[in-house]
Design a protein around this ligand. Sequence first.
Ligand code: URA
Length: 200
Amino acid sequence: MTMTKQTLLNDLKKEVLQCKKCRICKCNQVFSCGNCDSKIMLIGEAPGKDEVKNKKPFVGAAGKNLTSYLEETDIDRESDLYITNVVKCRPTPIDNPNKNKKPDNGEIRNCLPFLLKEIEIIKPKLIVLCGGTSYGALTNKKSFKISDIRGKIFKINLNSVNCDAITIFHPSYLMQYANENQISQTKDDLKLIKSYLDLK
Ligand code: URA
């Protein structure tokens, strides 16, 4: 009997929910959302407070910003995308559990096998790397500028999956720091991303 994508994902989710590899694992794991049969997989950094509360990626301020960019491009986040994060727990500093921090290398390393399994299950045609953490985690590159790499389609080879990938500015960067040009570049990137929905 072949297992369906949904069954495989449910099994993986159970593993993620039981994980205790890092200090930040405190029953605050957030798995994925969207359509597991989508051709496009969008990968963010890690959940924040709102994501943990709702048990769903990209539902806080950055998520709302992402959703409005997607809507403007006529991409439906629930039916057109599978959405997940590199790190499944909310990274917080040791001395302040109410603040967010960037996931560190150990947290990324511990969580990466889950993401690689997700990619193997979903088999996307396009991976959208949302910001530097997901680009760095999946390419192993350490020194890059998002403004140099964004918007360019490249091939990515991960275990048994060979597909296209593209990097975009992270929506929380866009909210806080982006200039008009970067906003317009992101809209162009999303149009390119949308064209993958029409692929066979
Ligand atoms: N929410 C997420 O789920 N991921 C991010 O990268 C940012 C906010």
